[in-house]
Design a protein around this ligand. Structure first.
Ligand code: UTP
Length: 219
């Protein structure tokens, strides 16, 4: 199988040991699958974007700074992997080329205007992935933000159309931290890629690849 994994930047706000554990899980799944990982910017991106804003940077330039942070994090993950390409591809064509030579390809963002969730969904569409895994800090898709609304209900299974509906509704509320960005949801809808939204742990990633029930599956 071809698997695209979107790994939230929160993984990189921790210690080296945590990165090692994710690297181990990625190595394990790469034994039987071609793996692409798209890494988020985490704390590094947030801090640098905040400083750049204070210095008068435009939002587009902040996005470029965010992209640079995601690529730094991609290089960190590569440091912990044996079977990954040592080059962080800057676009999908380069990523696909590298995948012919390496079992694991790790990249960050591509261009301004969205987050790495959307980058990863676009990559999944581009390489015709069999599975897209969005490893995040919530254990699935909820009817509302579970941190803000105690009545929020978790979905085990959704259609891509239902995902777009939920994400559109939630992202309309200012300050809501949506589990997957709207562009990513729309890409999932148009490409029909089987998607898992999971709490990002090494175990859950392996469960999703094995097709076990975890998080929310979008089919
Ligand atoms: P992230 O994907 O880490 O954004 O990219 P995020 O909102 O912090 O996501 P989570 O919370 O880790 O899931 C960091 C920033 O880099 C820019 C955006 O500014 C984004 O907020 N970026 C990233 C882009 O402009 N384009 C990309 O393709 C990727």
């Amino acid at each position: 199988m071809k698997v695209v994994l979107s790994l939230g930047g929160s993984v990189f706000s921790g210690e080296a040991e945590k990165i090692k554990e994710f690297a181990k899980a990625i190595e394990t799944i790469s034994q039987e699958n071609q793996v692409f990982v798209v890494v988020g910017g985490g704390k590094l991106a947030r801090e640098y974007i905040q400083w750049a804003r204070e210095l008068g940077s435009t939002e587009t330039f902040c996005d470029y700074i965010g992209i640079a942070a995601t690529r730094m994090n991609a290089m960190l993950l590569i440091s912990a992997l044996h079977s990954a390409a040592k080059k962080v591809p800057e676009d999908f064509i380069e990523a696909e080329k590298l995948s012919k030579l390496y079992k694991v390809v790790v990249m960050g963002g591509t261009f301004p205007g969205h987050t790495t969730d959307a980058t990863a969904a676009l990559l999944a569409e581009f390489v015709k992935a069999d599975m897209f895994i969005n490893a995040t800090n919530v254990d699935g898709v909820y009817s509302a933000d579970p941190k803000a609304d105690p009545n929020a209900v978790k979905y085990d299974r959704l259609s891509p159309q239902q995902l777009v509906e939920i994400v559109s509704k939630n992202s309309a509320r200012a300050g809501t931290n949506v589990v997957i960005d709207l562009l990513a949801a729309k890409i999932i809808e148009r490409s029909g890629i089987k998607t898992y939204v999971i709490l990002g742990t090494p175990e859950n990633i392996q469960k999703a690849v094995r097709g076990e029930a975890v998080g929310t599956v979008i089919v």
